[in-house]
Design a protein. Sequence first.
Lengths: 187, 187
Amino acid sequence: MSLKHALLGFLNYAPMTGYELKQHFDCSIYYFWNAKLSQIYPTLNRMKEEGWLAMEVEYQENKPNRKVYHITEAGREELLRWLREPADPSPPRDAFLIKIFFGGELEKEELLAQLRHHLALHQERLAAYQGAVREVVRQNVEATGLEREGFFWGLTLDMGIKYERAWIEWCQEAIEKIETLNDDQQS
Amino acid sequence: MSLKHALLGFLNYAPMTGYELKQHFDCSIYYFWNAKLSQIYPTLNRMKEEGWLAMEVEYQENKPNRKVYHITEAGREELLRWLREPADPSPPRDAFLIKIFFGGELEKEELLAQLRHHLALHQERLAAYQGAVREVVRQNVEATGLEREGFFWGLTLDMGIKYERAWIEWCQEAIEKIETLNDDQQS
DNA sequence: TAGGTCATGTAATAGGTTACATGATTGC
DNA sequence: GCAATCATGTAACCTATTACATGACCTA
């Protein structure tokens, strides 16, 4: 499971709670992986049973207790084993493209509405990646001093940007083509 | 579930068996959605129970019997309802980017091997999409006469091509950057 | 006083993969 | 003789989502 290895990766930087791990997902890798707390907590438990993690409880007053996980030597070995393992591209699952594929059933205007909605969302994301998200990466590097790591955080963000640009380009071209599509042409 | 609607989409073109549906997945939408037969068969059953499909058994000699499904009026309504429903981009899940994100743990050469492997696979795919796959789409349009539908099949393929190009560009840039990366720079 | 943050989960359900099973025909 | 094609599935398992539950503190 990739989730386990993403968790190992972050715990390899520093010990953390499940709640904090979720925050790291939400602000640094959410554009290519994410998980809900209800999946993270049981997964951390299973990883502990497998010996990849150890856990101590920090008792707090007026706040829930914190379960702080840290990576074990076995966990580090598993992380490195997984990182070295050759990986194929993930099988894509894009429901929106199913809609377009069968788009012949819809009217021009319905399709255009779908595409414009999609285009707007991808433009928003692109702007975020180039602005706020890039800035968060920079701040993380500064705060942790992890220069070499920061280089790789930036690389994944570059892919996020290329991905959004590809979608934007495609949406714009698709909109143009559909606008000039002959409505009388029925099958 | 998107699988159900992809099945509805194909059955809306023509009645078919589960086995034939799988073949359609494998040769026309596999680059953005796919499913195994062991998922397709029970799903068709559930769709029949929901009233979206009807089924007749074709008895064959010397071959297994065929269960031919065809879409019902309720099925067509469900397909159109789903096609019209506004859709957000699918949450991406890319395990390879997790490996790159935590790539600081690996040596330059290990990373380069991963990236070169990835690059080669994406280049193969791009070539296929621009050649054989494009040709299959053309033939399907010719064989069925579904010109308007063929336009949308082509659109999704365009996105597939942009997607592969984005990966290829990114892999090439990442390889260059890593090659010139200072190995002594430790964190 | 209503909603957000901190912090933990469980239970039910949905979606997807892997492994196993059958059995005749056709092509290499 | 061995693998592929045609054609159907079941069972076990893994992964992920949704809904529910608790409870105190802080801010608008």
